[in-house]
Design a protein around this ligand. Structure first.
Ligand code: ZN
Length: 535
């Protein structure tokens, strides 16, 4: 009998949605060897076994963030933080930019991330002139929380050669008032600005991966999907991930989803010999990302019924035929499709693209294609996803952070239907939870509580009938993540034979009122039998 290296006991162990609770788990090497009643598991422990007493706390399968941007998260953790939890006034935002500009070298870019104009006191975006006054000697670019729009100062426009008469690029725009640039840059027009920033080098990217990875393990995660590898530094991101993996500086397992927009790295990666499912349990390339539409907050998600107050019907990132041909190409290359679609019209063209890619020599069944975010659906779309095994990858945290704004943008009735989790589970889908960080907070406990309560940060309940249970919410954050990464046979549950990826939480989230779940924190994270975080 192999002695356990680690024995966890003294509290409840959530093994999985179907398996329920145990009260002890034994780990040997990188695997779980037993999970069950204490009396049955304890004999596996010997003199050298490390015993972890839960003391009433709970052990669960470690979390999996099924859609986030690990590398950009690490990069932006080094940028000026303008997130709404900290910055609620225009004054404060400009003060932070001014402070950063004072310490930056003259002419160096000052970058800020995460502002939300709807939660600023002025309820509008900052302007190019305001940012110019705060940082007269530096190009400034700040990105809204959604990542789909941003604001440049005059110096940044000058660096990027963008003037009042510069034409808008396809799928993007420079906002103008009376023919003058306001500062607001939408969607793909942001590339015009970003292309002028000095690219980070590989060492900086490895630092970013490690910084963000440690941030994740400290919250009980051992796995993430980086949902757009190549979006900020092209193929250098691939080599940075490989270097981080080789140097033991990759704290979490990564399912790599490559940037498949034409300006991304799909062709370069293919030419470099990168193929679907290459890699190992720490780093594997698997999916291909394409954007169908934008965001509701930026009124760029494509909807079939116009936004409130004459706001149009949003934006397709590409003409539908272009999107469909990209989907078909990547499907035939063997990638899992991970398509960003938020509005019902964006979801519609995505579904059509997947349906039209389905053929007898390249069937869609079994490929676990995914619709990222998948927020506002039209009748019949869920059934079509079920029919072809297409999964939804929702971010409950959007409902929490942006839910009240959704009501203003698309009206209450549609806002109630955001991410219909109950409907999806009942229909047999496997919706995998994610944060979309750095768009939103990575905090898994707010995300879980929101799936149960459907409550926004301002206390508005949206679509109470779509609520799910605590066990389903944890399942969505663990097993469903593994399922969308083709590894549910070895991750996502606490069962003999599974990799020992376990999080110990400060309180038993199954036994407390759901509104107290956000007060929970991860106290220990074990990845492959190794303790990778301990508070
Ligand atoms: Zn994303």
């Amino acid at each position: 009998m192999s002695y356990a290296d680690i024995l966890i006991h003294g509290g409840r162990v959530f093994r999985g949605l179907r398996e329920g609770f145990a009260d002890a788990v034994a780990i040997h090497g990188n695997r779980i060897i037993a999970a069950g009643k204490y009396d049955a598991v304890a004999p596996l422990a010997g003199a050298k076994t490390c015993r972890i007493d839960l003391a009433g706390r709970i052990a669960i399968p470690a979390f999996n963030d099924s859609h986030q941007h690990l590398l950009p998260l690490g990069v932006t953790m080094g940028q000026v933080n303008l997130r709404a939890e900290e910055v609620t006034t225009l004054d404060e935002l400009l003060t932070r930019i001014r402070a950063a500009a004072t310490t930056a070298r003259k002419g160096a870019w000052v970058l800020g991330r995460g502002y939300d104009h709807t939660r600023l006191d002025v309820a509008r975006h900052p302007t190019a002139d305001e940012l110019q006054a705060a940082a007269p000697d530096n190009p400034v670019f700040i990105t809204r929380a959604c990542g789909h729009v941003g604001v440049a100062n005059r110096a940044a426009f000058a660096e990027a050669d963008v003037g009042h008469n510069t034409p808008d690029p396809e799928g993007g725009a420079f906002e103008r008032h009376a023919g003058q640039l306001t500062g607001l840059v939408l969607e793909r027009a942001m590339r015009r600005i970003r292309d002028r920033m000095p690219p980070p080098d590989e060492a900086a990217l490895v630092d970013a991966i490690e910084r963000a990875g440690n941030h994740m393990t400290a919250q009980g995660f051992t796995a993430v999907m980086d949902a757009n590898v190549g979006m900020i530094a092209g193929m250098l991101e691939i080599s940075a991930y490989r270097a981080a993996r080789a140097d033991g500086r990759l704290p979490v397992r990564v399912w790599g989803c490559l940037a498949g927009n034409p300006e991304g790295i799909a062709d370069a990666a293919w030419d470099a010999g990168i193929r679907p499912m290459q890699g190992d349990d720490m780093l594997r390339w698997g999916a291909m990302k394409v954007f169908a539409d934008g965001s509701v907050g930026g009124r760029t998600a494509a909807v079939s019924v116009p936004y409130e107050n004459g706001g149009g019907t949003g934006m397709f990132m590409f003409p539908p035929e272009t999107l469909k041909s990209l989907l078909k190409k990547y499907h035939r290359q063997g990638w899992q499709l991970a398509i960003h679609a938020i509005g019902d019209a964006g979801i519609e063209v995505t579904l059509q693209g997947m349906e039209e890619a389905d053929s007898s020599d390249h069937p869609v069944a079994g490929r676990r294609h995914r619709i990222e975010h998948c927020e506002f659906m039209a009748d019949g779309q869920t059934a079509r996803m079920v029919a072809r095994g297409i999964e939804a990858v929702p971010q409950a945290i959007f409902l929490y952070e942006f839910g009240d704004n959704y009501i203003q943008q698309i009206g209450r009735a549609r806002a109630h239907g955001c991410n219909p989790m109950r409907t999806w589970f009942d229909a047999g889908l496997h919706p995998a939870a994610g944060s979309d960080a750095p768009v939103s907070s990575t905090d898994p406990f707010i995300n879980i509580a929101t799936q149960i309560l459907r409550c926004t940060s301002r206390g508005t309940i949206l679509g109470a009938s779509e609520a799910i249970t605590v066990a389903e919410a944890v399942h969505s954050y663990t097993w469903c993540g593994a399922y969308t990464q083709f590894c549910e046979d070895r991750r996502g549950r606490i069962l003999p034979g599974q990799l020992a990826d376990i999080a110990i939480l400060s309180q038993d989230i199954f036994a407390i009122p759901p509104d107290q779940i956000p007060n929970t924190r991860a106290e220990m994270t074990i990845r492959g039998g190794r303790i990778v975080f301990e508070r």
